[in-house]
Ligand binder design. Structure first.
Ligand code: CP
Ligand code: NVA
Length: 307
């Protein structure tokens, strides 16, 4: 049984297979309508169960479309309306029951530990749809998007400006697994998770951490950011935003990157904070393609888990 919990847990060759399969499957359905079933769909007898402890627009809809295009079925469980969420059924028992009904689970949790605890008791595969620690599906879609626009990501320079959060955690793992250079610019108080940085170091990943946004963006092939306040962040918001102000992605920053560099943001964005309108809506922005590719990358992840 294969789970998709973190990018670091999956072998390099499997990650490459997932991306390449996503690209070729997307290509094959280029003339089909959004809800049309793939010609080679073989998940007609499979059910995906989705559980969201936190809000979602893209993850929810893209997994729904993914399952539709694969010919499968899906059920969304709202923790607020279920025994699991209200705490009157143990995680163990809920996981065992869901294993009877579904073939695979996609879960978004407030705490990564909830996710791991749930996955321990489940008898079917599980996909991480974002936790406070990581967001692997997002980064797999972003790799696909980068490669669709710029070719192989190997040895390219990706710049991350802003918060050292769950999205950059998965990006750090990806830099080791897909062999790209990653320059992270953030204030020292917001440096990403030390454990994952040490893991990346042990894998000889090319990662630079700096407090200089210009240095990180310089000659980058792609500039990335995410909102400064993540869901469930209990920090002093005003203080955090002040610290992050110098890390805004604006035209001045984009000019330091390569002339053909792209801009990526997982969304939702707080325009005017981590990114300006001119960059979000500018010709280097790849944000809408990123959202679309969630569908294709996740179809490939679901298939990998179920094979
Ligand atoms: N990028 C992303 O995961 O968006 P949602 O929170 O809308 O799912
Ligand atoms: N870092 C953000 C990502 C949202 C998709 C959050 O966790 O809220």
């Amino acid at each position: 049984m294969k789970n998709f919990i973190n990018i670091a847990d999956v072998e390099k060759k499997d990650l490459r297979k997932i991306i390449d399969h996503a690209k070729s499957q997307k290509e094959k359905r280029s003339n089909l309508n959004k809800s049309a079933i793939d010609p080679e769909a073989y998940l007609t007898d499979k059910i995906l169960i989705m559980i969201f402890e936190k809000s979602s627009t893209r993850t929810r809809i893209s997994f729904e479309l993914a399952m539709k295009q694969l010919g499968g079925q899906l059920v969304v469980l709202n923790p607020k309306e279920s025994h699991y969420g209200s705490g009157d059924e143990s995680v163990h028992d809920t996981a065992k029951v869901l294993s009877q009904y579904g073939d695979i689970v996609m879960m978004r949790t407030t705490k990564h530990e909830h996710f791991l605890e749930f996955s321990k008791h489940l008898d079917i595969p599980i996909i991480n749809g974002l936790t406070n620690l990581s967001h692997p599906c997002q980064i797999m879609s972003d790799i696909m998007t980068f490669e669709e626009l710029k070719g192989s990501i190997a040895n390219k320079k990706i710049a991350w400006l802003g918060d050292g959060n769950n999205v950059v955690y998965s990006l750090i793992e990806a830099s080791a697994q897909f062999n790209f250079e990653l320059s992270i610019a953030c204030p020292k108080q917001l440096i990403p998770n030390k454990k994952i940085l040490n893991w990346a170091k042990s894998k000889k990943a090319k990662i630079l951490i700096t407090n200089d946004p210009n240095k990180a963006a310089s000659l980058a092939d792609c500039v990335m950011t995410d909102k400064w306040i993540s869901m469930g962040d209990t920090v002093n918001k005003k203080k955090k935003k002040k610290l992050l102000k110098p890390y805004q992605v604006n035209n001045k920053i984009m000019k330091l990157a390569k002339t053909d560099a792209i801009f990526m943001h997982c969304l939702p964005a707080c325009r005017g904070e981590e990114v300006t309108d001119e960059v979000m809506d500018g010709k280097q922005s790849a944000v809408w393609l990123e959202a679309l590719n969630r569908v294709h990358a996740q179809k490939s992840i679901i298939e990998w888990c179920l094979k």
